[in-house]
Ligand binder design. Structure first.
Ligand code: 13P
Length: 248
């Protein structure tokens, strides 16, 4: 089963709308989107300008978060329907920074995943262990549990379209990339649990990204591993080297 790679940039809280326009204008002329899907997950306020700038290309736009309720008194939040209405196709759910600084839990991740799917938005579901958890030897147990809770109530048909991003927290923004073997081992374990939840055929269709200090020099090795279907890229997605990551 060959899965098309998917490379997503997570800009986090960087680039104003005018900086975003300049960056994407430059990027789009340099990348080849034939061999992989490219998604730019940008700050909510940049979404309109980035959607406009990628028109006529295969680049898709994603959000970095959304609320799990339909609408209502949730000051500062953005709903799935708002994203769909704009033309957003992807949303990052449960990034470790959201879990750490904004109180997100496996349970809120699950609610958001269901809401995104019901609004035809593909969730990029982030899971991964801390350094302490890795040292305690519980990485695989943890990502299995995170995966199971995130996907509670997600049908087989819906599951085929989801993306899972394995992001070891100790590798995020630290320059300390997981080795391709470490990343492959966990991505393989995630695919195994997907096979248990659904079946082997569906598990073989779900794309699993690696994230954590991906850059131009390690991307091709990481993406050549059998269970790694691309990357969720932070820091390097804001630099000219993102072209090389995409053209890996
Ligand atoms: P870095 O690529 O900067 O380590 O960030 C990874 C990340 O958190 C992507 O979501």
């Amino acid at each position: 089963m060959s899965r098309k790679k998917i490379i997503a940039g997570n800009w986090k809280m960087n680039l104003t709308p005018s900086e975003a326009k300049e960056f994407v204008t430059n990027l789009k002329s340099k990348i080849n989107t034939d061999k992989c899907d490219v998604v730019l997950c940008v700050p909510a306020i940049d979404i309109p300008v980035v959607l406009d700038t990628v028109k006529g290309t295969n680049i898709e736009v994603g959000a970095q978060n959304m609320h799990f309720e339909e609408n209502g008194a949730f000051t500062g939040e953005i709903s799935a329907r708002m994203l769909t209405d704009m033309g957003v196709k992807y949303v990052i759910i449960g990034h470790s920074e959201r879990r750490e600084y904004f109180g997100e839990t496996d349970q809120t991740v699950n609610k958001k995943v269901l809401k995104a799917l019901n609004n035809h938005i593909i969730p990029i579901i982030c899971i991964g262990e801390t350094l302490q958890q890795r040292e305690e030897g519980i990485t695989v147990d943890l990502v299995r549990l995170q995966t199971k809770i995130a996907l509670k109530g997600v049908s087989r048909e819906q599951a085929k379209n989801i993306v899972i991003a394995y992001e070891p927290i100790w590798a995020i923004g630290t320059g300390k990339t997981a080795t391709s073997q470490q990343a492959e081992e966990v991505c393989k374990a995630i695919r195994e649990v997907l096979g248990e939840i659904y079946n082997v055929d569906i598990a073989s269709k779900i794309r699993i990204q690696y994230g954590g200090s991906v850059n131009a020099s390690n991307a091709s090795e990481l993406f050549s591993m059998p269970n790694i279907d691309g990357g969720l890229v932070g820091g390097a997605s804001l630099k000219p080297e993102f072209e090389q990551v995409i053209n890996f």
